[in-house]
Design a protein around this ligand. Structure first.
Ligand code: DX5
Ligand code: ZN
Length: 217
């Protein structure tokens, strides 16, 4: 049976006890761990950065999927590699030289992703899609967990899937924001390979079960 990759975002975890959350994640069927880095400029919120990721790296062997919601992310690519990030995703809206940034991420030895805000059209990726490992479709406006899912996302997933097929790209499609047990099956059917979720998992009475709900519907 084909199942989505589940990448829990720790943004809704208890920051005073991340070790406990990582014990849960290690026991869970989560495939990756989604790390939301925010700078208070590109998005209104500030979350955490390299020192925190470096400490968390000691707690798990799972893939670190970092989502940079920061301006000029190209300044920090080496640093994220050094603290153990495996997949580095930058926002399209922050980039003048996206091709150079993607090249650098891959040269340094990470997988490269590009994230699109809800209003940014998929067609803007036409000339770079074959170089990407991942496209992250934002299904809320980035900055906070616990927001309402934007329905237009399904359409964008289908458009991304089409672009990938037409160009022969190997990019995977990740969806982030407002993902829960109700929309997960529809997102997977539309073509999403990876589902990110924070509040659905960490606010659930049983986070292990919540992760299973997203993976096996
Ligand atoms: C939003 C972040 C998301 C967020 C998702 O800016 O990129 O990863 O943590 O949170 P939920 O799943 O609660 O919408
Ligand atoms: Zn995210």
């Amino acid at each position: 049976m084909q199942t989505p990759i589940i990448s829990p975002s720790i943004l809704s975890a208890d920051f005073a006890d991340l070790e406990k959350s990582f014990k849960m994640l290690n026991q869970s069927e989560a495939d990756w761990i989604h790390l939301d880095v925010m700078d208070g400029n590109f998005v209104p919120n500030i979350s955490f950065g390299m020192p925190v990721i470096k400490s968390l790296r000691k707690l798990t062997g799972k893939v670190f999927d970092a989502h940079l919601m920061i301006e000029q992310p190209e300044r920090y690519i080496h640093n994220f590699k050094l603290v153990g990030v495996d997949i580095l995703t930058v926002h399209y809206e922050t980039q003048i030289h996206l091709n150079r940034t993607v090249d650098l991420i891959k040269k340094i030895g990470m997988k490269a992703g590009v994230a699109l805000n809800p209003h940014t059209p998929v067609s803007l990726l036409k000339d770079i899609i074959t170089e990407l490992d991942l496209v992250l479709i934002m299904s809320v406006n980035p900055g906070y967990s616990g927001q309402k899912f934007i329905e237009h996302t399904y359409q964008k997933i289908v458009e991304t899937k089409d672009l990938i097929e037409v160009t022969g790209s190997k990019a995977m499609i990740e969806v982030d924001g407002g993902v829960n047990n109700e929309n997960a099956p529809k997102l997977f059917a539309a073509g999403a390979d990876i589902l990110v979720a924070a509040s659905y998992i960490f606010n659930h009475d049983n986070p292990l079960k919540a992760i299973r709900n997203l993976k096996y519907f």
